[in-house]
Ligand binder design. Structure first.
Ligand SMILES: Nc1nc2c(c(=O)[nH]1)N[C@H]1C(S)=C(S)[C@@H](COP(=O)(O)OP(=O)(O)OC[C@H]3O[C@@H](n4cnc5c(=O)[nH]c(N)nc54)[C@H](O)[C@@H]3O)O[C@H]1N2
Ligand SMILES: Nc1nc2c(c(=O)[nH]1)N[C@H]1C(S)=C(S)[C@@H](COP(=O)(O)OP(=O)(O)OC[C@H]3O[C@@H](n4cnc5c(=O)[nH]c(N)nc54)[C@H](O)[C@@H]3O)O[C@H]1N2
Ligand code: SF4
Ligand SMILES: [Mo]
Length: 719
């Protein structure tokens, strides 16, 4: 028999875009990965990371066996022994010091992994620690908070209806590099181009002329943190010139008069100098937006992770509502996903804010998670509730959380640390035990989260591409085993409840869990297959996915305030308008303002061990505008110190007019030298850890989200 060529369809789980891929196997070995032209959402689009999944699968540095730290370094350990030991240690520490003595950090890949997501709930329930942290406190929490305040539910998240809009106002997002965030769009380039091909307009507001600027009609630099002031000035113009949709607002929202009174304080002339956008430009944007048949404003990481994150996120939604672009085609819409994840979050009581606060700094929880910037001090500060052990689930906080070096020191002093991770990296090297799940290609895949954030309602299931290696487990299996071993040591109704959930999930398995959720979902067959609704079998038979149609108005279900109206002026947000006013009036800052950036060949901190992605130029330079470079007497290619209140790193300088004067840009996720022994490719990649410079004490005061954009820094030549 000759070699066997097979093609398998697979959804990429690396970022939010959910690209469909065709994987070619020759005699069981991957020979090619490319975009699936027939995919219902991505239509053939793919980025360089998709094909790199082969390298990730083959990466010799990727862990295949549990690793235990010994005096001589890490050594492999048998699965049962390692998991039993982990459960023993966690139980022992919680028994002696209380539940909160064990902290958990959940990183980004969890939301791209249905098994980890579902069984993770059972594990968290088992642990019952309040010291839970996730990557959202460096990401989307301000947007979720704005949703809670305005729509009554943090999971009621609006998505720009990109395919049908005539005016797309993008603030602080770079979809051409990130491939979209809280806006799953597949075929990002085609869809961005589509706005202009339809005769629409794309206006981009960003302190850096990004890759997305190539798709925009206009790009305007904005001083970091300036979005609330800009949005208030846009609203001022819209109200003063009577350009708002009074009928739509009367039908859908309350608080218009208050918003009008607030906006009246911010005429464009008053904000222009502070934000760096001329008054005439602000007026033109306001008129263009309000005058477009269908328009939508969209703000992402640049709007969320700055000192005004929740305020900016609120005003983005408010602009959509007052112009009548809320919950209608071409505007800001809710999705109707096949798995009702919002309903699940509600039923588990997760969708809340501020029920309790962190012990040391009093930062509020959101949906059961505390801000990750407080982890280090919770480990260092003695007393009842001090974190003495940490579990990281698919996270690399040493590179992704402000105060990364302080955190690394704190990790080194823990009584016990367990990591579920595929690499021995900057974070997991501090663990006592590392339990590596199998490759994503060895498990089935369903995007529970990102189908719910997509610009079109679609549904897709991916079969495993590769047979699982013998003696390996996936995140689901590991979390299941850990949960059962832990609950077995405990008594009482809560332990029983947690064990019950783990057992129920374990009995049906992750695939049938997805089947059940699909069948109970809004398109589901309700376990009556003859009635023709969705179930996993049906989805399985459509390897390119099933198109469930464009977004439809969902406001009736998704606005969950008491009277079903959108709250245009939530009290805690209105209370922060004074801060915006003070920011405008403050004298121009003396220090430079540091922002981040993303590159299409990178994915946060963990894909730098793949040669195909890191080859080429240094992508972790500090970018600076020529005017600032001349003033400081710095030249391209030179080595510079970047210093903030929190810390200092050395970076290579890149002088470019693509950043705004007064702004410097340094990407996060680099700084792998410490882990060079176990990340042999990444260890040689240049670039410092940007989160040594970002400041764990610089947070938005409402949700405690880290200020990753707009960090005051000085830049000096390395002598
Ligand atoms: N300065 C600055 N900092 C930032 C940001 C920024 O813009 N600027 N962005 C922030 C944002 S938006 C985010 S989401 C966070 C991300 O923060 P994190 O989630 O902490 O960081 P990642 O780099 O995504 O790390 C993922 C980890 O999961 C592991 N991993 C990968 N796949 C799997 C898997 O299938 N199973 C398991 N168990 N492990 C796996 C990887 O090896 C890695 O250790 O970073 C934030 N930090
Ligand atoms: N290639 C790649 N793709 C990714 C990731 C990755 O690391 N690499 N990470 C994934 C993750 S976890 C996320 S959350 C998403 C993020 O997706 P995006 O939000 O689209 O990506 P960012 O590049 O962080 O975009 C933020 C933009 O805000 C700008 N900015 C900074 N400060 C301000 C400000 O004050 N106001 C305004 N208006 N703009 C500002 C920055 O210059 C930057 O261009 O990307 C995801 N996709
Ligand atoms: S854009 Fe790239 S990383 Fe994101 S899903 Fe598509 S192929 Fe994967
Ligand atoms: Mo993120």
């Amino acid at each position: 028999m000759g070699p066997m060529i097979e093609q398998k369809y697979r959804t990429c789980n690396l970022c939010e875009a959910m690209c469909g891929m065709v994987v070619t196997l020759d005699d069981g070995a991957i020979t090619d990965i490319r975009g699936d032209r027939d995919d219902v959402l991505s239509r053939g689009h793919i980025c360089p990371k998709g094909p790199a999944m082969r390298e990730l699968y083959e990466d010799p540095d990727r862990l295949r066996k549990p690793m235990r730290r010994t005096a001589q370094g890490f050594a492999p350990a048998p699965w049962d022994e390692a998991i039993a030991e982990a459960a023993d240690r966690i139980h022992e520490i919680q028994k002696r010091h209380g539940k909160n003595a064990v902290g958990v950090y959940l990183g980004n890949p969890n939301v791209h992994n249905h098994g980890a997501l579902l069984m993770g709930q059972a594990f968290l329930m088992t642990l019952r620690s309040r010291n839970r942290f996730d990557a959202n406190s460096q990401d989307a929490n301000p947007k979720l908070y704005a949703s809670l305040m305005m729509f009554g539910d943090p999971t009621s998240i609006t998505i720009p209806d990109l395919d049908r809009t005539d005016y797309f106002l993008v603030l602080g997002a770079n979809p051409a590099a990130s491939n979209g965030s809280v806006m799953t769009l597949g075929d990002v380039r085609g869809r961005l181009r589509g706005v202009r091909e339809r005769g629409g307009r794309l206006v981009l507001i960003d302190p850096r002329r990004t890759e997305t600027a190539a798709y925009a009609d206009e790009h305007h630099f904005i001083r970091p943190g300036g979005d609330p002031a800009l949005l208030l000035a846009i609203l001022q113009v819209i109200f003063a010139e009577g350009l708002f949709d009074a009928a739509a607002v009367a039908r859908r929202a309350r608080g218009l008069e208050v918003l009008q009174a607030i906006a009246a304080r911010f005429p464009p002339e008053r904000v222009a100098a502070a934000i760096g956008i001329e008054a005439a430009t602000i007026r033109a944007i306001a008129r263009g937006f309000a005058g477009a048949r269908r328009a939508v404003a969209y703000g992402r990481v640049g709007v969320c992770t700055n000192e005004f994150g929740p305020v900016g996120s609120w005003l983005v939604e408010a602009l959509n509502v007052v112009t009548g672009n809320f919950d209608r085609a071409g505007g800001a819409m809710f999705t109707r996903p096949a798995i009702d994840i919002a309903g699940i979050a509600r039923s588990t009581g997760m969708a809340r804010h501020g029920r309790y606060r962190s012990r040391v700094r009093g930062l509020p929880e959101l949906s059961g998670m505390l801000p990750a910037t407080t982890m280090a001090e919770e480990m260092e500060t003695p007393g009842e509730g001090q974190i003495r052990a940490l579990v990281t689930l698919a996270g690399n906080p040493v590179l992704s959380v402000p105060g990364g070096d302080r955190l690394a020191r704190a990790l080194g002093k823990l009584d016990f640390m367990l990591s579920l991770d595929i690499y021995l990296n900057e974070t997991t090297r501090h663990a006592h035990l590392v339990l590596p799940p199998r490759s994503a290609l060895e498990r089935g895949h369903y995007d529970v989260v990102f189908h719910a954030l997509a610009v079109r309602n679609t549904v897709k299931w991916s079969e495993p591409v590769m047979p699982p290696d013998p003696d390996t487990r996936d995140d689901w299996d590991i979390l299941y085993d850990l949960s059962l071993r832990l609950t077995a040591k405990r008594k009482g109704p809560l332990a029983e409840k947690a064990a019950g959930l783990a057992l129920r999930l374990g009995r049906i398995g992750s695939e049938r869990a997805i089947d059940a959720l699909l069948r109970m979902g809004p398109y589901g067959d309700r376990f009556r297959p003859w009635r023709g609704g969705l179930n996993l079998d049906k989805v399985r038979r459509a390897p390119h996915g099933i198109d469930l149609g464009p977004l439809v108005p969902m406001g009736r279900e998704r606005v969950r305030t008491r009277d079903g109206r959108v709250e245009l002026c939530p009290g805690p947000l209105v209370a922060n308008v004074d801060r915006v006013e003070r920011w405008i009036a403050a004298p121009p800052p003396e220090r430079l303002s540091m922002i981040g950036r993303r590159h299409v060949r990178s994915n946060n901190s963990w894909m730098h061990n793949l040669r195909s992605l890191v080859k080429g130029p240094d992508r972790a330079t500090l970018q600076m505008h020529p005017e600032d470079a001349v003033r400081a007497g710095l030249t391209t290619g030179s080595s510079v110190h970047v210093t903030s209140r929190a810390g200092e790193v050395t970076a290579r300088l890149e002088i470019t007019a693509d950043v705004m004067p007064g702004v410097v840009s340094l990407p996060h996720g680099f700084g792998h030298a410490e882990a060079a022994a176990t990340l042999r490719v990444a260890g040689a990649v240049p670039g410092p850890n940007a989160n040594v410079v970002t400041d764990e004490h610089l947070l938005d005061p409402i949700t405690g989200t880290a200020v990753l954009n707009g960090v005051p820094v000085t830049v000096t030549a390395v002598p």
